[in-house]
Every structure is written in C-alpha cells, then in structure tokens.
Design a protein around this ligand. Structure first.
Ligand SMILES: Nc1nc2c(ncn2[C@@H]2O[C@H](COP(=O)(O)OP(=O)(O)O)[C@@H](O)[C@H]2O)c(=O)[nH]1
Ligand SMILES: [Mg+2]
Ligand SMILES: [Zn+2]
Length: 320
C-alpha cells in the first residue's frame, strides 16, 4: 500500500471523527443498568438514571455495557455508541442464536448447595465455560449450615479437589452469616454474576450483599416507568463497597450444554498438564490407547467425576 493511500484513509478517519464530535459533543459516558428491549436504563457518573433509546443500527446493549449517550433535538436520551467490551456473558437462544446477557463481567460466582443437592456436572460445565470465556470463576458452597458429620468429610474432599486445581472455594450461609464478609471482599470493585441451579440461594446471597435490593428495583422501575416485569432482564446493582452485581435471571444456570465448545479438554484445568502427551495428537480421551488423560484418571491424578463430566459434555456436544 502506498504512503499516499494510507494517509488518505487516515485523513478520512480523522474527518469522520471530527464530524462525530461536532454533532455529539455533549455525549456523556454511561453504564447500562438494564435493557428492556424497548429502552435501556443508563446510569451516569453523577448517579442519575436515565431511560434511553438506542440508535437503530447499534447492536443491543446489555447490563454492564459502557455507552455514549447524547440528547437529540427532541431532548430524548439516545445511546449513540457502545464502547468495546472486556467480556460478554451470553446464552444460547432460539435456534442456536447466541444472545448477549451481560457485559464487562469480571467473575462468575458458581453457587452449589447441599439442598437441593450439589450438582457437580453443572459446576464443571460452568467452570469450563468460564475458562473458555476467560472469566474468573469462584466456587461458592452455600447453605454451609447444613453441612455436618459424614457430609462434612465429603465436602472437604470436594473443596480439596477444586482448590488443588486452582479454584477459589468459599463457604457461605445466609442463615448463620458464615462467609458473607469473605464474599463481600471477593466482590469488592469487581463485576460479578451468580450462577447456579434454582434453590441454591442466589437470591438470598444477593439480598445479603444488597440489603436494599427490593428498594433499588422499585426505584429503577419508578424512574424509568418500565415496570417490574423488566426484572427478567439482567440488571446491574451497585455494591456499597464498590463493584457491581449483575442479576442475570435468564442465564442463572446457563444452557451450557448448548454451547458449542471446541476442544473442551483445553478448559478442564486438571487436564492441562497431560494435554499433548497422548499417543494420538487428536486424542479425544474417550477410548484411545495410551491416553495420558485416561491414565491420569486411573492413577487418581484427575478426579473421576471431573472426567465423567467431560465425557458427558462431549456427548451433549455430539447430539447438537
Ligand atoms: N439452610 C439454608 N437455607 C438457605 C440458605 N440460603 C438460602 N436458603 C434457602 O434456600 C431456599 C432458596 O433460596 P433462594 O435464594 O430463593 O435460591 P435461588 O433459587 O438460587 O435464588 C430458600 O428457602 C432460602 O431460605 C442458607 O445459607 N442456608
Ligand atoms: Mg432466586
Ligand atoms: Zn487422550
């Protein structure tokens, strides 16, 4: 490419930018709190909430997005542009279309609990998803008040397995307040989302972090006139200690089996030391001879349930 052509393109870009600036010089940076589909609620630096329209040709914004908003000639607040996202939490929607749910998430808090029962399959899928999406995952065992005796031994074994492969494991109880200050410290200055089966205590934990959550939800619907039904969409809440919690009702359990993750073995942290050491370079670790992963399972270097959940993920992959 000639120098002249390059500089011409640059010139054009600069002119476009200038035009944009002249047009929307009053644009303000805001944070998307919620998008109802029709309108999005945006919070500005001064803390005020504004109900905004979205420019028609802009991709759908979601809770956690940073956007530029300006007032149009009719004094409507319009989302003019979307700033680049650090991360995006999505879920598979109708006919395999991936729908964005929340943006700029730092960590997923994967909640498991003795009641209704510890779902290790969902835990392992969630951890795989996080690894794939490069999101931090923290394992949260809630309802710790129900853990005693023999069950305590089992839980300690699990904690040991996950900690030894590098996951943070914390135990909480919203009934006895165990671990809540630790949870608050983990959420400080971060953007977090709870994930986990229904009944594990996500709403109770959110209430513990945000005692005035109900009031905030009311303020949100009142200030926007969008009504309570909007709580079905992911909604961002500010934590007193800094940081935000995004309540993403729609993806609480994630339809993780429906994600098509190529080479899930790469995202099973405990598999990593063995990858590339199988006899076949394209080993799927299901039936092949001299498989380093199968060997590690047989010698107790990889937990059997983790391997079984890997196989289950491959099966659901094969069906879709
Ligand atoms: N024993 C015990 N029960 C809890 C705890 N946290 C929540 N629960 C109960 O578990 C049930 C489900 O809680 P909820 O927060 O609605 O779970 P969600 O479906 O994950 O949002 C409720 O009856 C809660 O009172 C806890 O730490 N210990
Ligand atoms: Mg709930
Ligand atoms: Zn193998």
């Amino acid at each position: 490419m000639s120098k002249r052509k390059l500089s011409h393109q640059q010139q054009q870009r600069i002119e476009q930018r200038r035009e944009g600036d002249a047009h929307h010089q009053d644009a303000r940076l805001g944070l998307v709190v919620m998008n109802s589909g029709k309108k999005a609620v945006v919070r500005f630096a001064d803390g005020t909430l504004h109900s905004c329209h979205q420019r028609a040709n802009l991709a759908n914004v979601v809770a956690g997005d940073h956007v530029m908003v300006w007032q149009d000639e009719n004094n409507n607040s319009v989302i003019e542009s979307l700033l680049p996202r650090n991360s995006l939490l999505s879920r598979p929607g109708f006919r395999g279309v991936i729908k964005p749910v929340a943006a700029n998430i730092d960590q997923l808090l994967v909640v498991i609990a003795p009641a209704p029962g510890i779902d290790l399959d969902l835990l392992d899928r969630s951890l795989c998803y996080c690894e794939w999406q490069r999101l931090d995952a923290i394992i949260l065992l809630n309802k710790a008040d129900l853990v005693s005796g023999e069950y305590r031994v089992y839980i300690d074994e699990l904690a040991h397995i996950y900690q030894s492969i590098g996951y943070q494991w914390i135990e909480t109880s919203t009934h006895t307040q165990t671990g809540l200050s630790e949870l608050k410290a983990i959420c400080k200055d971060k953007s977090s989302v709870f994930l986990g089966n229904s009944g594990v205590g996500k709403s109770s934990l959110a209430k513990a972090l945000l005692p005035e959550m109900a009031i905030r939800t009311q303020t949100l619907s009142a200030s926007t006139g969008l009504g309570q039904h909007t709580t079905n969409n992911a909604t961002l809440y500010d934590l007193d200690s800094g940081g935000v919690l995004i309540d993403a009702a729609g993806i609480r359990t994630l339809e993780l089996g429906e994600f098509s993750i190529e080479h899930p073995d790469r995202y099973w942290r405990d598999f990593r030391p063995y990858l590339g050491k199988c006899r076949f370079h394209n080993c799927t670790h299901t039936h092949e001879p001299e498989c380093a992963i199968i060997n590690a399972v047989e010698t107790d270097n990889i937990a059997l349930h983790r391997y079984q959940h890997y196989l289950r993920l491959l099966q659901t992959e094969a069906q879709t």
